[in-house]
Design a protein around this ligand. Structure first.
Ligand code: MLT
Length: 393
């Protein structure tokens, strides 16, 4: 017996498979066939470092509060507890961005809002490609007309804004998968385009903590408060991929012709979820405390050093490679290899697991991405193996 209706049109419009799931299955099959081979897991951008004890203390302290009637908490406010919204505003202020706590909306990581955001607007969607596949999946799922701005080596995969059109535009900086941050001039062009055309930029800042000198936030560009929202996450910065906590910054004055975007977002949050768990919000507050900045930065620097080691390994063999201002390194496959062929080649020859560039959309075929979210020593070893493999090609 089957149910009497089909999956939705929107579901049918998403890509058949999520690249990380497909790569994960291939690696699992490989390790089953070769249980004694060492695998360098540089595929999905999942953090490996454990949580800092201060974060775990906050998490467990909040769990303990839940066992007493006086301190127990039920439903969280849909937009987040004030203590975390304030901590987010203070974190932004340390980076030179002034926002009001009420402009920060706590979310369960960045992914859900990045997937859902186009559903709030009556818009076409513009996606520079290759990029994080969730943008296109979400827009396709909600039946949006999508246009891609396909990057290439000639612009180092950082395309200019189009000449015309009005869109909801996804920008990711530092870029997943290319690993480079957009510069101030390029972002200024995008903000100008958005303001001139009545477009909205959805700025994915999941990797902002990897920017040591440069633009971390779209709101450091003049005019961005009239045309942008920013989505960020504690996943990569503080190791929250499992805990799930992020935030969206929606300027209070941002409006459509007739409605406030933040009010619409509040309305959406009220019906779509019941907020992020209280202990997780306390853990996020601890993670954003200035007392953890130095330790956090040290860890981010270690991941960055891994990305630079991979980049150097490929550059020294004369390959086109980008990255270094994020945990990602973007490598052109040797002549004659498709993304998946080179993925298989690296896995079988070197035990290196990467992500095929074609999984990030048009423009990504013929490239692979490495994540350096792994202990530096193991990324360094993988970089050495990669350089030996490339030397022989
Ligand atoms: C990535 O590796 O690009 C992402 O972290 C994977 C994900 O968020 O699903």
């Amino acid at each position: 017996m089957s149910i009497g209706f089909e999956l939705s049109d929107g579901f049918g419009k998403m890509r058949e498979d999520y690249v990380f799931a497909e790569a994960g299955r291939k690696v699992a099959a490989f390790t089953e066939r070769h249980p004694s081979r060492k695998i360098y897991r540089l595929g999905i951008g999942d953090v490996r470092g454990p949580l800092f004890p201060e974060i775990v203390d906050a998490l467990s302290g909040a769990c303990r509060e839940m066992e007493s009637a006086e301190t127990f908490r039920g439903y969280a406010p849909a937009s987040g507890y004030d203590f975390l919204r304030e901590a987010i505003a203070e974190y932004c202020a340390r980076g030179g961005i002034e926002i009001s706590p009420s402009e920060a909306y706590v979310t369960d990581g960045g992914k859900n809002i990045l997937f859902d955001v186009s559903s709030l607007f009556d818009c076409d969607v513009l996606i520079p490609s290759p990029t994080y596949p969730v943008y296109a999946d979400g827009a396709a799922f909600f039946g949006k007309k999508i246009e891609y701005l396909v990057g290439s080596e000639s612009d180092d995969f950082a395309p200019d804004p189009p000449r015309k059109g009005r869109y909801l535009i996804y920008l990711c900086s530092p870029s997943n998968p290319v690993g480079e941050a957009l510069g101030r001039d390029k972002l200024t062009e995008w903000v100008k385009f958005a303001n001139d055309s009545g477009s909205l930029i959805v700025f994915d800042a999941a990797y902002e903590s990897f920017v040591f000198s440069g633009v971390k936030s779209i709101f450091s560009i003049d005019g961005a408060r009239n045309c942008a929202i920013e989505v960020s996450s504690l996943s990569k910065r503080s190791g929250f991929t499992g805990l799930r906590c992020g935030y969206a910054i929606i300027p209070s004055g941002l409006t459509t012709a007739s409605r406030s975007v933040s009010r619409a977002f509040e309305r959406y949050c009220a019906s779509s979820d019941n907020g992020v768990a209280y202990p997780v919000q306390r853990a996020a507050q601890a993670a954003l405390d200035p007392s953890l900045d130095a330790k956090t930065l040290e860890r981010i620097r270690e991941y960055s050093l891994g990305a630079l080691a991979l980049k150097k390994a490929a550059a020294k063999r004369g390959f086109y490679v980008l990255g270094g201002s994020s945990p990602y390194t973007w490598l052109k496959c040797p002549d004659g290899f498709s993304s998946w062929e080179f993925f298989d080649y690296l896995l079988s020859l070197g035990g290196i697991c990467c992500t095929p560039g074609c999984g990030f959309g048009e423009g990504g075929e013929g490239y692979v991405r490495f994540s350096s979210f792994a202990p530096l020593q193991s990324v360094d070893e993988a970089a050495f193996i990669l350089s030996e493999i490339l030397r022989k090609l």
